[in-house]
Design a protein around this ligand. Structure first.
Ligand code: SAH
Length: 213
């Protein structure tokens, strides 16, 4: 099976046909070998229209959701971005092709270690991975122009709002463990403006501002 061909088909059928049209987002997704971020036994499924298990009860998000979040966040080449929930590192790699620098936080040590290794192996040099509770953000590196949360949260934690730069955008799945709404919060002239981008399902955020387990 030709993985590059599978990736092109994924971009055409799962992203473009469903309305993802930002050329920078499509180019970023084209540059990242998604199959390197899934367990070896799932390589041939890497470009399918679905989340996939990556161990420890966690998943790599569906390609469409990665594209949608990137399009809605619209990171620019000079911007600083925080991702909460590194998981496999795939989404961080895509975002690192769009933003100037990506800081990403994971709380499961083996996932943190593996993501760090995969990102280095594929040559992503502008992404820094940290092992900690990402519901608290990464205060030492704040402020961030963009914050992308990739685990479901009951609400937006105050620390993340506090770490959002003026003109910043925060994208997160907000709701209950079974179902969330993809929310974008923008800081515009000192006010917070909230918009919704449809329903979604992410794994649960744990930690101080996550769901209790
Ligand atoms: N963006 C990822 C998918 C993430 S799945 C990818 O591209 O593969 C959500 C991840 O969030 C899981 O790996 C989970 O361990 C992590 N997570 C959950 N709660 C967290 C917290 N409080 N801090 C950091 N990471 C957290």
């Amino acid at each position: 099976m030709d993985l590059e061909q599978a990736r092109e088909r994924m971009i055409a059928e799962q992203l473009e046909q469903r309305g993802i049209s930002d050329p920078r987002v499509l180019a970023a997704i084209r540059m990242v070998p998604r199959h390197r971020f899934v367990p070896p036994e799932l390589t041939e499924h890497a470009y399918e229209d679905t989340p996939l298990p990556i161990g420890f009860g966690q998943t790599i998000s569906q390609p469409y959701m990665v594209g949608l979040m990137a399009e809605v966040a619209a990171p620019l080449p000079h911007e600083r971005l925080l991702e909460v929930g590194t998981g496999s590192g795939y989404q961080a790699a895509v975002l690192a092709r769009l933003a100037g620098v990506v800081y990403t936080v994971e709380c499961v040590e083996p996932l943190y270690l593996r993501a760090q290794r995969t990102l280095a192996e594929i040559g992503v040099t502008n992404c820094f991975v940290r092992l900690s509770d990402g519901s608290l953000g990464w205060p030492e590196m704040a402020p961030f122009d963009v914050i992308v949360v990739t685990a479901a949260m009951p609400g937006i934690p105050r620390p993340l709002i506090e770490q959002l730069a003026p003109q910043g955008r925060l994208i997160a799945p907000i709701g209950v463990p079974e179902l969330q709404t993809l929310v974008r919060i923008r800081r515009i002239e000192g006010h917070l403006r909230e918009e919704c981008f449809g329903e979604c399902r992410f794994v649960k955020m744990v930690g101080k501002h996550g769901f209790s387990t």
